[in-house]
Design a protein around this ligand. Sequence first.
Ligand code: COA
Length: 453
Amino acid sequence: MEQNERMSLVEYTDRYGKICENTDLIPGELFDEYGVKRGLRDKNGNGVLSGLTHISKIEAFKNIDGKKVPCDGRLWYRGYNIIDLVKGFTDKRFGYEEIAYLLLFGKLPKDKELCDFKKILSASRTLPTNFTRDVIMKAPSKDIMNSVTKSVLTLASYDENMTDQSIGNVLRQCLQLIGILPMLSVYGYHAYNHYECGDSFYIHRPDENLSTAENILMMLRPDKKYTELETKVLDIALVLHMEHGGGNNSTFTTRVVTSAGSDTYSVVAAALSSLKGPKHGGANIKVVEMMRELKEEVADLNDEEAIKVYLGKLLDKQAFDKKGLIYGMGHAVYSLSDPRAQIFKGFVEKLAEAKGRDEDFKIYAAVERLAPEVIADKRKIYKGVSANVDFYSGFVYSMLDIPLELYTPIFAMARIVGWSAHRIEELVNVDKIIRPAYLSIMEEKEYTYLEER
Ligand SMILES: CC(C)(COP(=O)(O)OP(=O)(O)OC[C@H]1O[C@@H](n2cnc3c(N)ncnc32)[C@H](O)[C@@H]1OP(=O)(O)O)[C@@H](O)C(=O)NCCC(=O)NCCS
């Protein structure tokens, strides 16, 4: 290229991106040599111990004769097994509000306490005047997680006590955000769908007599209609996604940003940015897209060998997004099974039957069975790989006619409860900024003046 010829930004970044790739690459063996726990986890997948929590507990291993042995996954919220919690409300009432109360306040609510909590949450479901017009409808994005994050950050400027870190004030902010997140997400989708896809624009305001799950489907659908089974399954999905320990990526982000003394809006915006990653909350979209390709590529869907060949291609980076992953499989903590996926599966089957999607359900069940074998053939498995909660959640959302763009925001509507509980626990207990160490392997160099380089 001539001296005064101008490179386009893309040409420049193509060329210099390769320079970054070479300069920044650190040989893998150095991490072992210096004992660095990549991803803050050891070779067995255990996270580096970085905190204590009362909020939830995950079990993926059992101690048998002094040996750590993988076992079926178990999950507790505030001391209660998730299986018992789901059993406790299914068939009687919606669970979102009751389990949110449990996670935030550490005890199961009595009737009156639950009733008051629901009223507070309903009252929180209001946006500042003209917020939909001035913020949500402006510059709509196909990426609803980005649009929700923008809205959350903007809400900070409407809060006169934005920086007040007293627990009462933070709880107020958290409850308001928990109440509002479904509106920010669904309205963000309607704005995108109208401006970018040319569909009609409509806004249904939340109904204070409806549960969170009912409000989500009511606000989303043009005719406001839904069935009982649809809202039940969505409610259970929300409960199962609500909390998962302090170490999951978005909750740890919540803890990190909270420890810096940042405000609730910024903390939730950071957590949302973490959650949208395809290795975290974005996985359920990938599952649905991957399964769509599987159905196109596998000629006979009853032929398990043919399904295995396709799964092998995924791992060999020859199919779908060529990242070498089977989405919806594996978990950083769970080994033999993810209890959330196990609980969910029964409800998913019922919904699939009601929606005439039994054939699809069979294909999902086949992939759930076959994928761990195929992964074990091609990767070194330390602790076992099984279907995670997102394997079925994307399928459920597709049966509920929820658009792909809202899959991760729905996860966020649930997980914001866990983030809130962890933000409060961090504020109550810890007064130290989280600051792990990076060992520098940089070489010191002699400076050279521009004209001498
Ligand atoms: C969640 C995830 C990041 C956990 O990865 P991890 O902590 O490395 O899990 P493990 O230690 O059990 O993995 C053991 C090996 O199997 C591989 N593996 C695990 N799950 C896999 C998957 N779904 N597809 C392909 N390979 C997988 C890992 O990459 C690792 O191989 P490596 O050492 O060569 O990198 C991983 O399972 C994944 O990317 N899954 C797909 C995305 C997904 O569904 N995310 C939602 C999580 S709720």
